[in-house]
Design a protein around this ligand. Structure first.
Ligand code: SAH
Length: 248
């Protein structure tokens, strides 16, 4: 039989131990995140011809280093959170590959005073990264349970400059338009005209375009100060499709 004192000591030890392992795993995730950022930077170097730049912007690197990606994936995926690949988040959807998040964020050149629109909230990770770089993020998700989960997660993690709407993003967010930057994280068959309309003169949009079973192209859309629109094909990518409301 254990004495009360022994029992108390055992309890105390187990509390200290639990605290220590939690701290150790936090440290582990931080280190894994640093390694993920190094992997992304290496891949940016290898694809610099496509990107027309050799390095990511320092601010983008900083944002990637701070957002806790492991808290945006299902618990069963947590140990894979910092690998450079997409992961399932339920409802047939995925959180994008970290390299893709990094280059999409970088290519639209986010500035501190910008108002950003994202189509395809998913886990909320891309919105969280963007929120470190701009003033306000408006993010739209068509799958209700995913949108609700992302909204709760972003609130719990204290990302205060993000609003999530559960709606079809094809039509954009007219009441908040125009936007300095628009980021679409699901593949469309064409660039939705309402999104072009809701882009400010001088604004940029990044969007994967292509058909469901073929390689898609990541497009960088520029609207100049005279409202002239030009499109640059960046590189081939693979995204989940943009869902039409009638498909739900
Ligand atoms: N940006 C997300 C990954 C998105 S995966 C992240 O960081 O985790 C693409 C997301 O787009 C999915 O969650 C999908 O449900 C959503 N989606 C697909 N079609 C949509 C539409 N028409 N409007 C808004 N969201 C859409």
């Amino acid at each position: 039989m254990l004495t009360t004192r022994q029992r108390f000591t055992a309890l105390l030890l187990s509390l200290v131990f639990t605290g220590l392992t939690a701290q150790q795993s936090d440290q582990g995730y931080t280190e894994a995140r640093q390694r993920m950022v190094q992997t992304i930077q290496r891949e940016v170097g290898q694809t610099s011809d496509y990107l027309e730049k050799k390095q990511l912007d320092e601010r983008v690197i900083e944002a990637l280093k701070t957002v806790p990606r492991h808290l945006f994936v299902p618990e069963s995926q947590r140990d894979s959170a910092y690998q450079n690949r997409p992961l399932p988040i339920g409802y047939g959807q995925t959180i994008s590959q970290p390299y893709i998040v990094a280059i999409m964020t970088d290519l639209i050149a986010p500035q501190a005073q910008h108002k950003a629109l994202e189509i395809g909230t998913g886990s909320g990770y891309q919105a969280a990264v963007m929120s470190r770089l701009v003033e306000q993020v408006f993010s739209m998700e068509i799958v209700e349970p995913l949108g609700k989960l992302a909204r709760e997660r972003l609130q719990k993690l204290d990302y205060r400059n993000i609003e999530v709407a559960i709606e079809d993003g094809y039509h954009g967010w007219a009441s908040e338009a125009p936007f300095d930057i628009i980021i679409v994280t699901a593949a469309a068959s064409h660039i939705p005209p309402p999104l072009i309309e809701q882009l400010k003169p001088g604004g940029k949009m990044i969007i994967p375009v292509g058909s469901r079973f073929m390689t898609q192209q990541l497009l960088l859309v520029n609207k100049d100060r005279q409202n002239e629109v030009t499109v640059r094909q960046v590189l081939p990518v693979r995204f989940v499709p943009l869902i039409n409301k009638s498909e739900l």
